[in-house]
Design a protein around this ligand. Sequence first.
Ligand code: SAM
Length: 381
Amino acid sequence: MKEIEIEEGQIKIIIPTFEKVSARAPVFYNPVMELNRDISVLALQQFRKERDADIKVCDAFGGSGIRGIRYSQEVDGVSEVLVNDISSLALEFAEKNRQLNGVDNMELSHDDANLVMRNNRGKFDVIDIDPFGTPSYFIESAANSLKADSMLCVTATDTSALCGTYKEPCIRKYNSLPLKTEYCHENGIRILISFVARTFAKYKKMVDVKLSHSSEHYMRIYFKIDKGAAKTDKSLENLGFIIHCRKCLFRDSVPGIAPSLLEECPLCGEKLLRGGPMWLGKIQDHSFINSMLEMISEKSLNQEKKVIKLLNLCMEEYDAPPGFYDLHVITKKLKISSPPLMDVLNDLKREGYSAYRTHYRPTGIKTDAPLSKIEKIVLSL
Ligand code: SAM
C-alpha cells in the first residue's frame, strides 16, 4: 500500500494514498477539515484553561489519529487521549502516527463509538464526535457518558437534512421540522443544538453552546455540559419555533415546546413556513471565542488567517436574535440593486439598532431592527 505524509499544525501523519476524499478511502483524511481541527485545538485549550485541571479526551471517530494526536501535542494539559475507530486499518495507521510523533499519552481502541462512550462513563472531560454524516446516532451515548463540567464537540456533515432540502430526513434524525430559508444553515445549527439539548436533558444534563459554525460541507458545535434537573429544565426554555413568510420576508421566533403558531403572515396574509423545535438561545459565547482568538499566536496553525476571520464573525453574532436577513434577498424583493453591506449596517447602528455581519453568508445582516426599517434604509442608499 502506497503512503503519503501530511503535515498539519505541529504534527505529521502518514496515510494510504487516496484518489479523492471519500468515506470509502482506506483511511479517511480530509484536508478541508484542517480548519475544523485548528479551531478544535483552540476550543479544547480554552476549555482546559477555564477548567484549570488536566483533561482526558475521547476522539471517538479517530480515523488516521490526526485529531487525537493534535490534541495530545498541541493542547497544553491533556493527560490522556483515547483514539477510537471501528476500522482496524485506520487504527494501524493511528498507531504508526502515534509513534511517528512520539506521543506517549495516547491509547487506541477498536470499537463502536457508542460502546466506547458508554464503557467509559464519567471518564472523559472531552468527547469529540466526528462521524460520516449525522452525529444523531451517537448523542445519546455522549449524554450518558459525560459528567458535569465537561465538553462535547460535534460535527455534522448531513447539512442537507439539517437545512431542509427534504424535510423527512431532518424529522427522522433530529425530531425537528427544518426551515429552508436564506438562513437555513443557522436553522440547521439550532436544530442540531435542540436535538443535543433534548437528549442530554433526559440525563438531567444541560448544554451551554460555546461556539458554533457552518463551514464548507459541515456544521460544528462546542458544548459545555453541566448537571442538575432545575438548571436543565430552565435551559429548555430556549427551545422554540421560527415562522417565516417567503413572500414579504417577515419572520418571528416563538418560544415553547408546543406554542400556538400563526398560520398566516400578519403583514401580507401569505401562508407561513415553520421550523422547530430549534434552539432559540445563545449559540456563540463572546468571552470564550475572544479568549480563543487571544491564544492563536501561541499555536502554530496553518489556517490561522481563516480561523481569525471565522472566529471574529462568530463572535460578532453572540447576542443577535435568531436568523438574519440577506441583503440580496431584500433588494430582489424591492427590485433594486444592492447598496454596500457596510453602509446598511452603519445606518442601522446610527438609528440605534444592533447590526452585524454573519459568518453564514457575506451578504447576511444580523439585526434587531424590523424589516420595514431595513427596507427604508436600503431604499435610501
Ligand atoms: N476525526 C477524523 C479526522 O479529523 O480526520 C475523521 C473521522 S472520519 C469522518 C469518521 C471515522 O469514523 C472513520 O475513520 C470511520 O472508520 C469511523 N467510524 C465509522 N463508524 C464508526 C462507529 N460506529 N464507531 C467508531 N468509528 C466509526
